[in-house]
Design a protein around this ligand. Sequence first.
Ligand SMILES: Nc1nc2c(ncn2[C@@H]2O[C@H](COP(=O)(O)OP(=O)(O)OP(=O)(O)O)[C@@H](O)[C@H]2O)c(=O)[nH]1
Ligand SMILES: [Mg+2]
Length: 367
Amino acid sequence: MQVKTFRGQSYSGLLQKVKSELGPDAVILSSDCISSNGKKTFELTAALEMPSAEYAGAQETKQKNRGKAEEAVPGMPSENYGEEWRREWSDFKKSIFKIIKPQLKGPKITSRQKQALEYLEKQGVYPEVIMDLWSGLGENLHLPTLDVFSDSVPVTSWGHQMQNGKIHCLMGPSGVGKTTTVLRLALESRNLQPGIKICLVNTDTQHAGGRLFLKHYADLSDFAFMEAKSSEDLKNILQVQSRYDLIFLDTPGLEIRERPGWKSWIKNLKRVRRHLVLSPVYAPDQLDAYLQKYSRDNLNSLIWTKLDEACNYGSLVNASWKSALPASYLGFGKGLRHCSASATRDNFWKLVFKKILPKVEGTGDTS
Ligand SMILES: Nc1nc2c(ncn2[C@@H]2O[C@H](COP(=O)(O)OP(=O)(O)OP(=O)(O)O)[C@@H](O)[C@H]2O)c(=O)[nH]1
Ligand SMILES: [Mg+2]
């Protein structure tokens, strides 16, 4: 285990230093604030199970031995080793935090802010996120709590996403609500900008159900509809894109990333925005695994679905903090209308703190 002590004038600066030197899996063992001659100095001791250079070396060796490793444990895909290690480390981190928590002396914050952090912890927000928010609050006592939280946990509006890209690709695990969200977003975008020309593209060649659903509602709602069964078909979209103001790509879950040619196509496409659709009903470890899997796809935002089925919303905070991706759209019902809304700082934190589902614009209700 590598243990290192960091000193500096800013608590969040120190956390950044720990992250950049030891990586995101480092744990804080102790923290202190020393005052001398009216000047505050923060001291953090952090630990990493495997030193970074050693870890990089181990990764390299692992890559080289990939084939051998697969043989060594039949039936165990090599990717699972990383996964196992990540899970074990996460459990270890939780236990360490439990032990050191009573001794932690973070920066001074108000009792209401302390209550807010305790509440977040009960909602499943990770200890490292709580520490970061705490340090942010301590350094910005003059700022409203939500201003500070929003610095570390970004939220953006769908309107902003829409203005910044013509092609929007929705990715995410099977059954999370991608097809439903494509339709919701298309309807939302037309509400925001009436008369806008929208094309929906189905890239799911496996399930007729999703394709028919998309086509049916595209016809009903007067959206153009296209199919893309190969990376060649996807190139055609580039040729017709000048006819439309917005294009939505509905993808078939993880499987699209494995198709030859598609991954690089989606990655290199200009003016495309990639949104990862997730739901807080997944276990925290599962969400972390999805975030990790899709982190290589140059994502732009996180879209949350099935909020109506979740019992708490700490995962939304963890995911945006970990990935630095803003939440952009929130879905909370099975239908297409009146059960989704653009994310705002207000509805996001109301959901997290009060478990109130977002209000739907123009209806005054949440369903
Ligand atoms: N309760 C609830 N159900 C939802 C929500 N969004 C989608 N669903 C339901 O989830 C199921 C799957 O939705 P789809 O949109 O087909 O999901 P998908 O990700 O496209 O699924 P695949 O294409 O099979 O990967 C459907 O029954 C939807 O009605 C939501 O916000 N809340
Ligand atoms: Mg689908």
